[in-house]
Design a protein around this ligand. Sequence first.
Ligand SMILES: Cc1cc2nc3c(=O)[nH]c(=O)nc-3n(C[C@H](O)[C@H](O)[C@H](O)COP(=O)(O)OP(=O)(O)OC[C@H]3O[C@@H](n4cnc5c(N)ncnc54)[C@H](O)[C@@H]3O)c2cc1C
Length: 476
Amino acid sequence: MNYNTLEDKDFINLISTSSDYYVIMFGASWCGPCQIMKPVYDELATSHKYQKLVKFVYLDRDTTRHYNQDYGFEIPTIPRFFLVKFEANGIFSHFNIKISFGGSQSLDSFNQKLDDYFSISNPQKNANTTESPNIDFSEITNTLTNMNTITHKKPTVAIIGSGPSGLTAAIYTARAELETTIYTGLEPGGQLTTTTEIENFPGAWDATTKAGMMGPDLMQLMQKQAEHFGAKSVLTEIRGIEIDDKAETKFTLDIGGKKEKFDAVIIASGASAKYLGIAGEEKFVGKGYHTCATCDGFFYRGKIIAVIGGGDSAMEEANFLTKFAEKVYLIHRREEFRASKIMLERARENPKIEFVLNKAPIDFMGDEEVTGLVLKDSITSQTSELNLDGVFVAIGHIPNTGFVKGQLSMDETGYLIPQAKRPPEERTSHYGTMSEIPGIFIAGDVEDKTYRQAITAAGGGCKAAMDTEKWLADQE
Ligand SMILES: Cc1cc2nc3c(=O)[nH]c(=O)nc-3n(C[C@H](O)[C@H](O)[C@H](O)COP(=O)(O)OP(=O)(O)OC[C@H]3O[C@@H](n4cnc5c(N)ncnc54)[C@H](O)[C@@H]3O)c2cc1C
C-alpha cells in the first residue's frame, strides 16, 4: 500500500505539523466503487510525478463524518478525493481545500487533475519537478486569479456540467471544431456516477455477460470520448455568467475569482434528487434505497417495496413499480396529497398498492442493504417497523440553477425553460434549446422534469450542441 490510512488523531497531527500538499481519499468498506478505486489510488500514489510535493492518504468516511462541519469537506457521495494544503499552524478550513472530485477516476484523469491544478498554480513548474514542497503556490494562484481574464481566438463554447447531457454536447461541439471547455462541477460525470449497473443506455451493454455498464465507467468513457475530440475538462463549479451584448466575446464565466470568456454557453447542470435527510441514508443509496423507479424498478420483481411521497411522481412511480413488485406501500406523512385527483385515484384503484398514511420514515433497517423502515406516526408519535426489500423516494428534485437565478426564467420549481417548451407566442428564437438569452443553450435534467434519463439527457446535449453550432455560424 503506497498511501497511509489516517485515524482522526493523525489528521489533527498533520494540521499542526505538516506544510505539505496531500491528496485525501474518503471511502468506506461498504462502498463498492471505493473498493474499485483503491488500487487505482494506490497506483497513483506510487507513480505520481509530484512525488516530493504531494502525499496520499485515506480516511474512513464513517469515522470522519464530522469533518464536513469541522473542516469544510463537502462529501455528497463516496469515493471523494481532495487536494489539500496544510499550513502547520493547527488550523484547517475549507480554504485549505484546493480541488475536490468524486466518483470513479482513471489513473490518467487523476494525473490530469493534479497536473491542471499545479500548472495553473505555477506555470513555471514543469511536470517532472522534484522541487521542495515549500513553495507558496497560493500567492501565485491569487495573482493569476486576479489578473487573468483569458480570451480565445476560435469560436468558444463553455459547457456547464459533465453528466450525460454536458459530455454529449462536448462530443458534438468538439467534433464541430468549436473550442470546447467542460466545467465539470463538483460531481464530475454527474448523477450516474452515484449508481452501479445501467441496463437501459443503448449500446452500453455486454452481449456476452448480458450486463450493462457500471455508471461511473460509462461516464468516464463519455469524458474520454469528448477529450479525444479536443474538449478540455476543468474541475470547478461555475458561480455565475456575466453577459455583455456589446463585447466581442459575449459571455464571461465566473470560475471562483478567475474569469473566462466564451462565445456561447451550454447549461447542462442537471438536477439533484431530494433525499429524506435521515441518518445513515447515504450508506444505502443503490443498496435498496433508490430515487428513480424507471432506472431501478426492474430489480424488484416479486419483491415488497415502498414509495415515499405524496405528489404526482410518487403516484406515478408507485403505479409503475407494481409492474415488477408483488406489493408497493405508498408512505405519506399526511392524509392530504399534492398529487392530482386522477393520479391519486389511479394509485388507489391499484390492488397492489397499499397506502400507509400519517407516517414518516425516521430510520432504515438493515446492515449492508435495506431490509425495512422505521416509521413514526405524525399524530401519535408512535414508532413502528415495516419490512421491505427496497425503498423508492419520490419527493422531488432540485435543479442546479442557482448560478443563473434572476438571469434566466425558470418554472416554479427552478427548472430552466428552453424555447421549445415555451408557448409559441413567447418564443423569441427558432432554436429549440436556446434560453431567452441568445447564445445560452440548455440541455438535460436541468430543463426536464418529466423523463430524467441518461439517454434523454444525452439527446438534449446533442440538440443543444447542434443549435449552438448553427447559431454561432449565423453570427459570422
Ligand atoms: C442513483 C441514480 C440512478 C440512476 N440510474 C439511471 C439509469 O439506470 N438509467 C438512466 O437512464 N438514468 C438513470 N438515472 C438518471 C440519470 O442519471 C440522469 O437523468 C442523468 O444523469 C441526467 O444527466 P444530466 O447531464 O442532465 O445531469 P447530471 O447527470 O445531473 O449532471 C449534472 C452535472 O452538472 C454539474 N454541475 C452542477 N452545477 C454546476 C455548476 N454550477 N458549475 C459546473 N457544473 C455544475 C455536476 O457536477 C454534474 O457534472 C439515475 C439517477 C440516479 C440519481
